[in-house]
Design a protein around this ligand. Structure first.
Ligand SMILES: Nc1ncnc2c1ncn2[C@@H]1O[C@H](COP(=O)(O)OP(=O)(O)OP(=O)(O)O)[C@@H](O)[C@H]1O
Length: 185
């Protein structure tokens, strides 16, 4: 994958039960080697599929472990070296944002990017000698352009852009990690 400041990858989820019961036809094909995904209009079989190219493309049989190792790992590793990093999941409702970011405890290959990133950061903290760390985490929801602090006293309260977010504290005094994980609904 090219070394760029912003990388965009796409993940295609399997059909859910409702879609299977409705006998929906798959219209998306993924070419992982090329990072491409093609969408065929089922009502116009003679039209060529629309083709989109990303920095990475993952199909239904790919697990979060692989996505973490290929996409998130280098970014989190950069954070442990002092760079800022953001991992951002975007998609319509039911598209698999929580599945990818929070994931399932079992099977372990489907553990999400958030617990994997935390483990990664704390392993790096444990390995560092003679350094005191403070790691900060904030948990925000952005929904219909409203921002809510999910670790705040009132999770229903909308935040002003300038407001300080509630934080679960962890913090480096001599070393500072800044990893942001965002889910947008
Ligand atoms: N890659 C995947 N493999 C298997 N199941 C998946 C995958 N992605 C999503 N799912 C399933 O699809 C359903 C919807 O996923 P999820 O809740 O993550 O969507 P979402 O984008 O977070 O939705 P919302 O915006 O409504 O919260 C869940 O039942 C989830 O387990």
């Amino acid at each position: 994958m090219a070394s760029e400041a912003v990388k965009v990858v796409v993940r295609c989820r399997p059909m859910n039960q409702r879609e299977r019961e409705l006998r929906c036809q798959p219209v998306v094909t993924v070419d992982c080697a090329r990072g491409q995904c093609c969408i065929q209009n089922p009502g116009a079989a003679d039209e060529p599929p629309k083709q989109f190219t990303f920095d990475g493309a993952y199909h239904v049989d790919h697990v979060t472990e692989q996505i973490y190792n290929e996409i998130a790992y280098p970014l989190v590793e950069g954070v442990t070296e002092g760079y800022n990093g953001t991992i951002f999941a975007y998609g319509q409702t039911g598209s698999g944002k929580s599945f990818t970011m929070q994931g399932l405890p079992d099977p372990p290959s489907q553990r999400g990017i958030i617990p994997r990133a935390f483990e990664h950061v704390f392993e790096s903290v444990q390995c560092a000698e003679n350094t005191k760390f403070l790691v900060r985490a904030s948990y925000l929801e952005i929904y219909n352009e409203d921002v809510r602090d999910l670790l705040g006293a009132d999770t229903k309260q909308r935040l002003e852009a300038s407001k300080q977010f509630g934080e679960a504290e962890f913090h480096p005094s001599s070393s500072h990690y800044n990893l942001t994980v965002i889910l947008i609904w």
